[in-house]
Design a binder for this molecule. Structure first.
Ligand SMILES: O=C(O)CCC(=O)C(=O)O
Length: 329
């Protein structure tokens, strides 16, 4: 049978697509963290474009020099915070204490000046501050970083700040309320590993919670083979850069030196994200915390087993799909 030129192009296209799909499904030796993230000069971004391309498109982006658009970009130094809030008592997380649930309470309290002294040293520390509502406690700071136009909305005034010292990490998680997050790294560089929610199971998501069993710093591929299918981003935010993380994006952050960030949130627009955000922060969290209090390590063991089973099932599905596609080629 004779095949016309157009038909052969169509057959060729179909075959290349199948080959491509097969290789997308194929297991690699390690996580592939080489996806390129959009980087845009913050001054050239406007609300319409941000909402169309990044919010609606659920696409991450780095806005270079975002903090410099606001007084905070110049004013917010550790010295400035020390002068203004040094005597304030802050809740501090200690990474050396293991946590089995989401949304945990600070491990210790200390004067902000003491905490700043620790994180500004060029030394590793396990101390960090997670989700300090600094602008509510010190409203005078609001004018230094007013709600950016691009994220103005229902959650527009809700800001959280984050502080950490050299090499402090923030465990692999997504934000439990399923909001989109614009995190501006005001001081210090921060490495971020960012991964789409489509990989939930392959990232060994812990049920009833929004964190993973995996430590992306030391990925154990024998224990967590699902990671070999995962693709994501790995980049460093420079002081002043902002990162937009779409709803439910996984992130693992490492402070490369003492630094601070502030985040603004954008309420989820999809019904599923809104529903999950509500359920996560209420019923699921309450259930998880109650089980943790009642049964402790046994409950964590159960959650670990479910996460492993979900990942195995996801791997089997992908391998079966890969085989079907290979057979078609
Ligand atoms: O970088 C940090 O300290 C934490 C930021 C974060 O994980 C978040 O905004 O969810």
């Amino acid at each position: 049978m004779l095949v016309s030129g157009f038909q052969s192009i169509a057959i060729f296209n179909k075959l290349s697509k199948d080959v491509l799909n097969y290789y997308i499904l194929i297991k690699r030796d390690a996580m592939d963290l080489t996806l390129p993230i959009d980087e845009i000069d913050a001054g050239t971004m406007n609300r319409a474009k941000f909402r169309r391309v990044y919010l609606s498109g659920k696409k991450p982006v780095i806005l270079k020099g975002f903090a410099k658009l606001y007084p905070a970009g110049e004013k917010w130094t550790f010295d400035y915070f020390n002068r203004l809030m040094g005597d304030h008592i802050v809740g501090v997380m200690d990474n050396s204490r293991k946590k089995n649930t989401a949304y945990t309470r600070p491990d210790l309290m200390m004067k902000f000046s003491e905490f700043l002294d620790i994180i500004r040293r060029d030394e590793e520390t396990s101390y960090r501050i997670f989700g300090f509502n600094m602008l509510r406690e010190f409203p005078v700071l609001r004018k230094d970083f007013p709600t950016p136009e691009i994220v103005r909305g229902i959650l527009g005034n809700l800001t959280l700040t984050f502080f950490g010292g050299k090499n402090t990490t923030v465990r692999f998680h997504y934000d439990i309320d399923c909001s989109g997050v614009l995190m501006t790294q005001v001081t210090g560089r921060k490495r971020v590993i960012l991964i789409s929610p489509e990989y939930d199971n392959l990232l060994y998501k812990v049920p009833f919670a929004s964190f993973s069993l995996v430590d992306p710093d030391k990925p154990d591929y024998d224990r967590f083979p699902g990671l070999k299918f995962v693709k994501g981003y790995d980049f460093t935010l420079q002081p002043g850069d902002a990162l937009y993380m779409p709803n439910r994006y996984w992130h693992f952050n490492t402070y490369l030196e003492g630094g601070m960030a502030i985040s603004y949130r954008v309420l989820a627009s999809r019904a599923g994200d809104l529903y999950n955000g509500f359920m996560n922060t209420t019923i699921r969290l309450l259930f998880d915390k109650s089980m943790d209090a009642l049964v402790g390590e046994k409950w964590m063991k159960r959650k670990r087993a479910i996460a492993m089973r979900n990942a195995d099932e996801a791997i089997n599905r992908l391998e079966a799909k890969g085989k079907r596609q290979k057979a078609k080629i």
